[in-house]
Write a protein of this length. Structure first.
Length: 125
């Protein structure tokens, strides 16, 4: 699944981080209730790769919610990213994925040409 939308990380409570969808915001809390998620999730959005660490070294955020819900791989940005930068990175990533390259290597190859892209591959299952 690939979602291209505005994203907002909420440092006070990372599960209140949101994806701005047409029907309204999708919160990290919403993702915890899903019965099934896609094997690979790509979030072409600002900041949603950020997490917060809580007591007990537990991480919270959109990526954590997706991984806990069953996604094997999540690609997300850990900073703000310009639309043209995100588009170039995602086109390169998807070309490499469809060519059979594993997710982490596909993202690394897609980001070689752009030092401004802040996407990270979480897990590569």
């Amino acid at each position: 699944m690939h979602i291209a939308a505005h994203g907002h990380h909420q440092a006070e409570n990372a599960l209140f981080s949101t994806l701005d969808l047409d029907g309204g915001p999708l919160f990290g809390y919403d993702l915890q209730r899903l019965a099934q998620v896609p094997h690979m999730v790509v979030l072409s959005s600002c900041d949603l790769g950020l997490t917060d660490v809580r007591p007990g070294d537990e991480t919270f955020g959109i990526v954590t919610a997706l991984l806990n819900a069953g996604a094997a791989t999540v690609v997300a940005s850990v900073a703000r990213v310009a639309d043209h930068t995100a588009m170039a990175a995602m086109v390169g990533y998807h070309r490499a994925i469809t060519g059979g390259t594993p997710p982490a290597a596909a993202l690394a190859a897609a980001l070689e040409r752009d030092a401004e892209a802040s996407f990270v591959c979480f897990c590569a299952g």
